[in-house]
Ligand binder design. Sequence first.
Ligand code: ADE
Length: 232
Amino acid sequence: MRIDVLTLFPEVFERFLSTSIIGRAVARGIVTVRLTNFRDFATGVHRSVDDRPFGGGPGMVLMCPPLIDALESVEATAEGGPTRVLLTPQGERLTQAVVRDLSSVPWLILICGHYEGFDERIRAIVAQRPGAREISIGDFVLSGGEPAAMVLIDAVVRLLPGALGDEQSAESESFSEGLLEYPQYTRPRAFRGLEVPEVLISGDHARIAAWRREQAVRRTQDRRPDLLESDN
Ligand code: ADE
């Protein structure tokens, strides 16, 4: 998979892209991530990327020309249709179903905003292209799209074949079947008086599977009953 990120702060991605599972996926060539600073496309002495809102009001608004020029320059670097994603609190909510969907495309372009928001025409121009989406990582406002892009990259890349050491682990965890994950234990068998459930050391794989399923359902009922009614 190829991922392009349009951002004013490419440096914040560097450690993230070289660490742990994502770092390994990059090193193995499972994903290629390119960072483009759209300030490089700004003109004028100040290389401004934002300006005051028409009509007044607080804050600054990202202007169209540098961002759209940057987007078009990235689009021109390869054949094929990328999936363009604008990261914004106004987008559809990121869920494991959306993540799964995005992990199946060959090329993602992630657009990170900053300041008070995007000029609405950025939204309109991106939306005209096929495969465009606006995505929010939750009902809160970040000061920029960068943490949201990292969340999305992390969730997507770990689903790519070969990204996790153990192919099964992405499949059996929280949300992949619409349930939270069952409780996990490792050594030691007793810690501060807390014992590992006996079933897990029984060696009886059918009983273990049944116990895990029951725990996952119970935990989902207790903590996130909404998941039992949705198709996440
Ligand atoms: N940019 C600012 N807040 C955001 C959010 N909640 N999700 C995605 N992008 C954002």
